[in-house]
Design a protein around this ligand. Structure first.
Ligand code: ADP
Ligand code: MG
Length: 433
């Protein structure tokens, strides 16, 4: 019986009524039908898997981008220039909790570039990446330690202040959870030092060298917080007297009236003061847990000449001042959350943060432009930092922090845009002259 030779092909199932077929052919048709159904099932399963495994497809696209583009990742670091303003980016690693949630890294850092891959769907539902590319003075990826970040960003400018005087201000900008406090205070249970203690270490080295050279210096430290446009001393042992008045004296110098100045003698004392400040912040006036994301924290190191001529030491003018600012979470700028919230207090907070971060950008841009009018009065933050900005020898470092997870890429993109705009003025004015 040669009926088997006419068995239906998978593509063209036979329409022949099965009762006219031989039992053998009928069996073949039944098997073929079964096979066809199984294949259909497999296809659907594969499609479903492809849909749910969007993550791996995007991951693959990002890997491909890196293979094609990242050639000079090792050369990361700053160009050692003597610019007045440095704008850098630090990308933190994905956190264990994010990895657990199947989050993936959408930021590629290489050389002086940071590329944010926005995951998109085309109209035909095809997945694609929208790559936003930015160039900064330096970009640090998740492998860079804080010490390396410091060495390539703030340290050369701190050295300048310690040897020649002047002012240096360093800002940590970024959304809450992007690593600002990790950079400033340190992290990993003390495993990594933060900028506060790294700067202190350099200051003490300078004090020792000055003493050895017979021109003694005195180092003092103060720390305050700007919360809802009010300045609070966070090194004072009495929280009830923590409110600081901001006044401008006759020479329109800014005075922080009543701000505690401590004189730490060594790195351990600085660490102890920082710990005190952390405790004060935690239990601050309204005791809200995540207040640190809603206020700016400022640490200032001031160096003055100390004349030991007579028995009483007298203090000379400020020789150098180093200011480190852990800014409030940038998600409060331009935000949605506060706008949607009916809570007036929360709304006022968001508005104040928004205003101060915008104001900071405007002041930095105005100074970069060499403008006559710098809008310092736009916020308490910029008003308080005025003399740091205006001194003849003053330099500024902005470290913009980004978290790499896909789910927070919108905030990261906003941060990169904010940071880029700080420098855009300089680039534009250089180009036009
Ligand atoms: P922010 O101050 O911007 O809100 P944090 O500094 O608190 O953010 O960082 C959020 C979390 O990410 C913390 O658990 C912190 O330990 C971790 N983290 C931040 N930066 C790094 C880094 N470079 N390496 C490892 N972990 C980091
Ligand atoms: Mg923080």
């Amino acid at each position: 019986d040669d009926d088997t030779s006419t068995a239906p092909t998978p593509e063209k199932p036979t329409r022949m009524p099965s009762d006219r077929l031989s039992p053998c052919a009928r069996e073949a048709q039944r098997l073929e039908e079964k096979r066809r159904l199984r294949r259909l099932e497999q296809d659907t399963a594969r499609e479903r898997a492809a849909l749910t495994d969007e993550t791996s497809e995007f991951k693959e696209m990002i890997t491909l981008f890196r293979e094609k583009n990242v050639t000079d990742a090792v050369a990361a670091g700053a160009a050692a220039s003597a610019e007045r303003l440095r704008v850098c980016v630090r990308k933190r690693p994905l956190l264990p909790s994010e990895l657990q949630a199947n989050e993936f890294d959408v930021i590629t850092a290489f050389g002086r570039r940071a590329v944010l891959h926005q995951t998109r769907r085309r109209v035909n539902l095809e997945r694609c990446l929208e790559n936003h590319s930015f160039t900064f003075d330096a970009v640090f990826d998740e492998a860079a330690g804080t010490e390396a970040v410091y060495a390539a960003t703030a340290r050369p400018l701190v050295r300048g202040v310690l040897t020649a005087g002047g002012r240096m201000t360093c800002f940590a900008y970024g959304q809450t959870g992007s690593g600002k406090t990790y950079t400033m205070e340190g992290g990993g249970g003390g495993a990594e030092s933060g900028l506060y203690s790294l700067v202190a270490r350099d200051c003490f080295a300078a004090v020792e060298a000055a003493a050895a050279a017979g021109t003694p210096l005195r180092l003092s430290m103060s720390m305050f917080e700007i919360y809802r446009e009010t300045v609070f001393d966070i090194l004072t042992p009495q929280p009830s007297t923590s409110k600081v008045s901001v006044l401008e004296d006759a020479a329109s110098e800014v005075q922080l009236v009543g701000l505690t100045e401590q004189r730490p003698a060594d790195a351990e004392q600085v660490a102890a003061l920082l710990e005190t400040a952390r405790a004060v912040r935690r239990t601050g006036s309204n005791g809200v847990n995540e207040r640190s994301s809603r206020s700016h924290a400022v640490v200032q190191f001031v160096l003055r000449a100390e004349s030991t001529a007579a028995e009483g030491a007298t203090l000379g003018a400020t020789l150098g001042k180093i200011t480190l600012v852990d800014l409030a979470g940038s998600e409060r700028a331009a935000d949605t959350m506060e706008a949607r919230s009916g809570d007036a207090r929360v709304h006022a907070e968001g508005a104040a943060i928004n205003q101060s971060l915008l104001s900071l950008k405007e002041c930095i841009r105005a100074m970069e432009k060499g403008a006559h009018h710098v809008p310092f009065r736009g916020s308490k933050l910029t008003q308080v930092l005025r003399d740091s900005f205006l001194a003849d020898a003053s330099t500024t470092v902005m470290i913009a922090h980004v978290a790499p997870a896909n789910c927070t890429s919108e905030s990261a993109l906003n941060t990169l845009r904010y940071a880029e705009r700080l420098k855009a003025v300089a680039a534009a004015s250089t180009a036009s002259t």
